[in-house]
Design a protein around this ligand. Structure first.
Ligand code: NI
Length: 190
């Protein structure tokens, strides 16, 4: 079990496509445990593998704490391996998002309210589940990460400019967070 440093928005790994997970292994299970530890430690509701520097089609979600506030069903900790969103539907809804890779920056993002997603759970059992509400939102945000998309990419140039000084601070490594970020010098050695 380990808390891993989180990659920030300016790291190229967050823009790259990811590869499918090939097989179940002890290493994979440890990685999943570490991703949960890292997410909970940072008080996040989701974490995708590129955010800890791994280019895999893998993310974890646990939005139970907020789901209760929204009076939505609890799913507990969920692991999405090699997921594919097979349907998007419902209304397009605007909701404020944040991201552990973009600390202190929050903005409204428009997304469809409903999705159906097919994936392998951590036991490599195939699942196909439809989500709406908050979980649909969180899952779409994490799914974007494994497609190399950040929530910033959904914002207009105008909205993005409003966040410029914070983004620069993150890039320079001077944004204070209560969870570890990948340091600038680590980026250069990649
Ligand atoms: Ni994110």
């Amino acid at each position: 079990m380990a808390i891993l440093p989180i990659v920030t928005w300016n790291d190229p790994v967050l823009k790259q496509k990811t590869d499918p997970v090939q097989e179940n292994s002890q290493e994979l299970q440890t990685l999943i445990d570490d991703m949960f530890d890292t997410m909970y430690h940072a008080s996040g509701v989701g974490l995708a593998s590129p955010q800890i520097g791994r280019r895999l089609r893998l993310f974890v979600v646990d939005a139970d704490e907020i789901s209760q506030e929204y009076d939505e069903p609890s799913f507990g900790p969920m692991v999405f391996i090699n997921p594919e969103i097979t349907r998007k539907g419902g209304e397009v809804v605007s909701m404020e998002e944040g991201c552990l890779s973009i600390p202190e920056v929050r903005d409204d993002v428009k997304r469809p309210s409903e999705i159906t997603i097919r994936f392998l759970d951590r036991n490599f059992q195939e699942q196909k589940i439809s989500f709406d509400g908050l979980l649909s939102r969180v899952i779409q945000h994490e799914y974007d990460h494994i497609e190399g998309i950040l929530f910033l990419d959904h914002l207009s140039a105008f909205r993005r400019r409003l966040h410029r000084s914070k983004l620069r601070k993150i890039e320079e490594g001077s944004m204070k967070t209560d969870y570890p970020l990948v340091e600038k010098r680590d980026l250069k050695s990649k």
